[in-house]
Design a protein around this ligand. Structure first.
Ligand code: GLC
Length: 488
């Protein structure tokens, strides 16, 4: 059954319109003298009479119909900013990384045979999908992406096309279905991670050999087309049996062209036109996916996103792209160093680093997909819970500066980050100064300033190009404190 999205469509329109308006308020650096005043008139008008105004505006602009359509599809995603990635499967039983113990054996202390025996031991009888949703809500995460099938090929859903699946194991129930139903009931947008690499399928590789020998797949074998057909059938199941799928999160690893990504993009668009698709199946998707790092500059279309270690500093000051050049993106990141549950991995990021990571991502217009690898019993481990709660505490107070924002107009500063929404500018202060903060390069006049945490008004002085704000001696929040400015 495909659930209709109609009731939510009007809200999408409002989201896209407001977000598009926010983005359109920017000028490229050389034209950045001031923010377009018409933008504010239009946005107050829009706020009063959406979605009719949005519809008229989008329809009137025939030259931009395609991008308006794309905007509509991605509006919820751009507004959400923060999601929960969930890597869960039989691998959680062994405290090893998902799938890699068979693809690159040696590191994890389990053999391929032992790994293959894990599903029979994976029996999460107390699994409660509401626990995932509760934790995501506590953290302020607005969507989830769940591993329906990882590279090992094991299906967490009741596929008709394989016996290597959760419903054939002692547990016997469809985990994806339970999660999808709970997410639907509680209005939590859900996306599906689906791995094109599949160590179990004989069409993907010669499974009589060790997975370590051919884990990149064997598209040269005649069996390959049977594997692509299998993907087609499974994606059809996922997109027709589990309600609205907000996102298909492919993870194609190397040589992604072998998957004929266009075919699957067309399939997804046909079955659920609103479903977003990431960029890991060899064709451009709706957004790019930096993994375990935050790009130093705002990603732009056609420019490769470089790793955090990249020392090319010029990108760091690359400035603010026009909305047309902006490349939508999502950083996925682990809380420790493992995607799956791993009791031995104590290398946890601090709550403060994770909060700052979220701010950093939002300041460049991206989304932060923070991963949990639930325990074999389906519980999220205490160390993760503690951090998700801390992020949630921060976001309860400072969420206005994250949700529905776009990248900020001042970039490349080490002491602070900026985000923007409508006529609000948010400055997230990383290094709290002793009494005043100076911001240069602001594209508009400031009308008022306050601490977001407690609404305390702040004194400021603005001269051509420079804004100086007087701050209290102590930051209201030890993680990051936010000053909210109302701009003309
Ligand atoms: C990598 C890993 C995979 C993980 C993914 C998440 O591609 O191979 O195990 O699921 O990152 O981004």
């Amino acid at each position: 059954m495909v659930r209709l999205t109609c009731p939510k469509t009007l809200r999408y329109f409002k989201d896209v319109y407001l977000t598009a308006l926010t983005l359109h308020s920017y000028r490229s650096p050389d034209m950045s003298a001031q923010v377009d005043r018409r933008f504010f008139l239009r946005s107050s008008l829009a706020a009063a009479s959406l979605p009719l105004v949005a519809r008229l505006a989008l329809a009137a602009d025939s030259s931009h119909q395609q991008s308006a359509y794309e905007d509509q599809r991605t509006a919820w995603f751009r507004a959400a900013k923060f999601g929960m990635f969930i890597h869960w499967g039989p691998y959680s039983v062994a405290s090893v990384e998902a799938s890699w113990p068979i693809m690159r054996p040696g590191q994890w202390g389990v053999t391929e045979t032992e790994y293959r025996a894990l599903p029979a031991r994976f029996n999460p009888v107390h699994f409660d999908p509401d626990h995932f949703i509760d934790m995501a809500r506590t953290a302020g995460q607005k969507y989830m992406v769940f591993t329906t099938k990882h590279h090992d090929g094991f299906c967490m859903f009741d596929s008709d096309y394989t016996s290597y699946k959760i419903t054939n194991m002692p547990y016997g129930k469809d985990i994806v279905k339970q999660l999808a139903d709970a997410c639907f009931r509680r209005s939590m947008p859900l996306g599906f991670y689906y791995s094109p690499p599949d160590m179990h399928h004989p069409g993907f590789r010669d499974t009589s050999r060790a997975a370590s020998e051919n884990w990149n797949g064997q598209p040269e074998r005649p069996e390959w087309s049977s594997y692509l057909q299998y993907m087609q059938l499974q994606l059809t199941e996922l997109l027709t049996r589990y309600g609205d799928v907000r996102d298909i999160w492919f993870d194609g690893l190397n040589h992604q062209e072998k998957y004929d990504g266009r075919r699957f993009l067309d399939l997804i668009h046909r079955l659920q036109p609103a479903t977003l698709v990431n960029d890991r199946i060899g064709v451009p998707g709706d957004y790019v996916t930096p993994e375990q790092f935050i790009p130093r500059a705002i990603p732009t279309k056609g420019v490769e996103v470089r790793g955090a270690d990249d020392s090319v500093q010029k990108d760091f000051h690359a400035g603010v792209p026009s909305p047309a050049d902006f490349q939508l993106w999502e950083t996925c990141m682990t809380i420790n160093d493992t995607w799956a549950y791993n009791a031995h991995d104590h290398h946890f990021k601090s709550s403060r680093d994770l909060i700052r990571g979220l701010v950093e991502v939002a300041s460049r217009g991206g989304n932060f997909l923070l991963n949990v690898g639930p325990q074999p019993d389906g519980m999220i481990q205490p160390e993760f819970q503690e951090r998700l709660r801390a992020i949630g505490d921060w976001i309860t107070i400072n969420g206005d500066s994250i949700y529905e924002t776009s990248y900020g107009p001042v970039q490349g500063q080490s002491a602070y980050r900026t985000t923007a929404k409508g006529s609000e500018l948010y400055v997230h202060i990383f290094d709290w100064p002793s009494n005043s903060l100076t911001i240069t390069g602001l594209p508009a006049k400031v009308l008022s300033a306050r601490l977001l945490a407690n609404n305390q008004p702040l004194r400021f002085e603005q001269t051509a190009g420079t804004l100086s704000i007087t701050l209290p001696p102590q930051p209201p929040d030890a993680n990051v404190s936010v000053v909210a400015f109302r701009m003309l």
